[in-house]
Each structure stands twice: as structure tokens, then as C-alpha cells.
Write a protein that binds this ligand. Structure first.
Ligand code: C2E
Ligand code: MG
Ligand code: MG
Ligand code: MG
Length: 282
């Protein structure tokens, strides 16, 4: 914005800002009732073993269908819901929906792998978090071994001791732990070794850049090697091309996820084994 505020410019700027704040308030208000109104749905994206091509898990991703606002970016929704506290109810909804969906697939013999659920910062901070996960397992009848939770690296590094103890408790139940968007935060490696982690998900920004940027490639390679030493699995997010896949495979990445295999989709359009086989054969 220019410093030389002539009358018109100032008015236009003010109105734009005002509209933005208003829109944000409207969305917050709308979000407050969204779970009970059934406006949230969950889509699923497969995470596939780089060598065997078996589906390891389906990641549950939230979608909001609100007639007044259409498609709103999910990270923005999560940010607003974190601010208002509604994320606790939304998070619980996703967890329960994902567990029920997984049980459904297993019952219908269409899929027997894991389901992976993202957990937000406030959810994970909540003192009731572990209890609420246990309760969802109980009411749905979901075996803990088929549930994976995804915590972002930044999120894990806040109140580290508390996070380690929560994760250990979940881990003892049999739940798998993945660290999402790995490489974007500033983890202290000494703390990191104390986390009971099963998987590091390499952030998609590195995968996107690695074919033309040596630094990004070096970061991917460092993460993969570090994980191997720690006996942790790696998943590369945001894989969009066969070239990226081949590069990742040669570096020893365990699993891949991305549009190259399948975009997230509704549960009734579960990505078929034949489709996945076809992608690798092409
Ligand atoms: P994330 O957990 O890292 O999920 C990956 C995001 O990348 C998803 O975006 C997914 O649709 C997208 N993606 C997958 N493959 C590709 C690809 O090949 N290329 C590109 N460019 N993108 C790809 P989405 O669904 O919009 O979710 C964005 C973020 O919002 C998620 O990042 C996660 O942090 C958050 N989120 C989504 N659902 C939930 C939820 O239920 N709870 C919480 N707390 N956060 C959620
Ligand atoms: Mg995730
Ligand atoms: Mg991610
Ligand atoms: Mg992300």
C-alpha cells in the first residue's frame, strides 16, 4: 500500500480490509454450527508403499461444504477453528468419521490397511486429547493398530515433554504416529530421538522443488538417511510425476503419496488396486 493516501485509495483500502474482516467473522460464525449441520465431509488419499505398491494407509482430509462460501481452503478453516476453539469438535468429528469409514471398508472387504488422521495444534495441546482418542476407539470399535495420527513437526516441538508423554501413551495403545510436513520446522534432533515416531512425512515443498533445486534434494536425502538410522519410515508427500517417484525410490523413500497416484476422493470412490497398478506400469 502506498503512503500517499489520497482520499479514494484510503477508502478502497479500508473497504477491502473491512470486507476481509467481515468475511472472516461470517466464516467463523458459520463454522461454529457446521458439525451439527453436517457440512463437513472427509475425503481420503492413499499412501502407497514405494516398492510393493500396496496401500499402507488412507489419509483423511477434511472438506467443508457451505452453500454461502463454496470451497474454502482447509488450512484457513483450521486456522479460524483453532482461534475459536471449534477445532476440538471438528477434530473429534474427523477422527470418528475416519474410524467408522475404515471399519466400513474392512467389513466390505474393500480395504484392510490403516487410516491416518491429522491432529491440529490445539487438539494436541488439549489435556483431554488422549482420553478423547481412546473414547473414539471405544465408541467406534476401531482397533488402535489401524489408526495413525499425523502431528506436524512444529506442533510436536511445543511443550515437548507433554507431547512425548501423550505420544507414548497413544503408541502403547498400538496407534501409529506420523510427523507431518517434516523439514519445515526447526526440530531439535536431541529431543526428536525421544519421540515414539513411526513415520516422517517429507513436506511436499521439498518434493516439488527437488528435481531442479539441489538444496531441496539434499534435504530429502538427509531426512531419508536420518530416518533409516533411527529405524523410522519415510513418506514423501505431493508426488506428482513418475520422475519424482523414481528419484525418491532411488533415495530409499518407503512410501509415496500424491496426485500421481491419486487425488483425495470420497470414500465410495476408493482408489482401486488396479488403478494403482496401472499408475506404476505406465
Ligand atoms: P497435509 O496433512 O500435509 O495434507 C496434504 C495436503 O496436500 C492436502 O491438502 C492434499 O490434498 C494435498 N496434496 C496431496 N497430494 C498432493 C499433490 O500431489 N500435489 C499437491 N500440490 N498437493 C497435494 P488439503 O486437503 O487441502 O489439506 C491441507 C492441510 O490442511 C493438510 O496438510 C493438513 O495440515 C490440514 N488438514 C486437512 N484436513 C485436516 C483435518 O481433518 N484436521 C486437521 N487438523 N488438519 C487438516
Ligand atoms: Mg497430513
Ligand atoms: Mg503434510
Ligand atoms: Mg501440509
Amino acid at each position: 500500500m502506498t503512503k500517499k493516501l489520497d482520499g479514494n485509495r484510503f477508502v478502497i483500502y479500508n473497504e477491502a480490509l473491512h470486507d476481509m474482516v467481515k468475511r472472516e467473522q461470517f466464516i467463523e460464525e458459520a463454522l461454529h454450527h457446521s458439525v451439527e449441520r453436517g457440512e463437513f465431509t472427509v475425503v481420503y488419499q492413499p499412501i502407497v508403499d514405494a516398492k510393493t505398491h500396496e496401500v499402507y494407509a488412507h489419509e483423511a482430509l477434511l472438506r467443508w461444504q457451505n452453500t454461502a462460501y463454496g470451497q474454502v481452503a482447509i488450512p484457513y478453516i483450521i486456522e479460524l477453528a483453532e482461534k475459536t476453539g471449534d477445532i476440538l469438535e471438528i477434530g473429534r468429528f474427523v477422527l470418528e468419521a475416519a474410524c467408522r469409514q475404515n471399519l466400513n471398508w474392512v467389513q466390505q472387504h474393500t480395504y484392510d490397511g490403516l487410516v491416518s488422521v491429522n491432529v491440529s495444534s490445539l487438539q494436541f495441546e488439549d489435556f483431554n486429547f488422549v482420553a478423547s482418542v481412546k473414547e473414539v476407539l471405544k465408541v467406534t470399535g476401531m482397533p488402535p493398530e489401524r489408526l495413525e495420527i499425523e502431528i506436524t513437526e512444529t506442533n510436536a516441538m511445543l511443550n515437548v515433554e507433554d507431547k512425548i508423554s501423550k505420544l507414548r501413551e497413544l503408541k502403547e495403545l498400538g496407534i501409529k504416529i506420523a510427523v507431518d510436513d517434516f523439514g519445515t520446522g526447526y526440530s531439535s534432533l536431541s529431543y526428536f530421538t525421544q519421540f515414539p515416531i513411526d513415520t516422517l512425512k517429507i513436506d511436499k515443498s521439498f518434493v516439488e522443488d527437488m528435481m531442479r533445486d539441489e538444496n531441496a534434494l539434499a534435504i530429502v536425502s538427509m531426512i531419508v538417511n536420518m530416518a533409516k538410522t533411527m529405524r523410522i519410515k519415510t513418506t514423501a508427500e505431493g508426488v506428482e510425476t513418475k520422475d519424482q517417484y523414481n528419484k525418491l525410490l532411488s533415495m530409499g523413500v518407503d512410501r509415496i503419496q500424491g496426485y500421481w497416484i491419486s487425488k483425495p476422493g470420497p470414500p465410495e470412490q476408493l482408489t482401486s488396486k488396479d488403478h494403482i497398478k496401472g499408475v506404476f506400469e505406465d
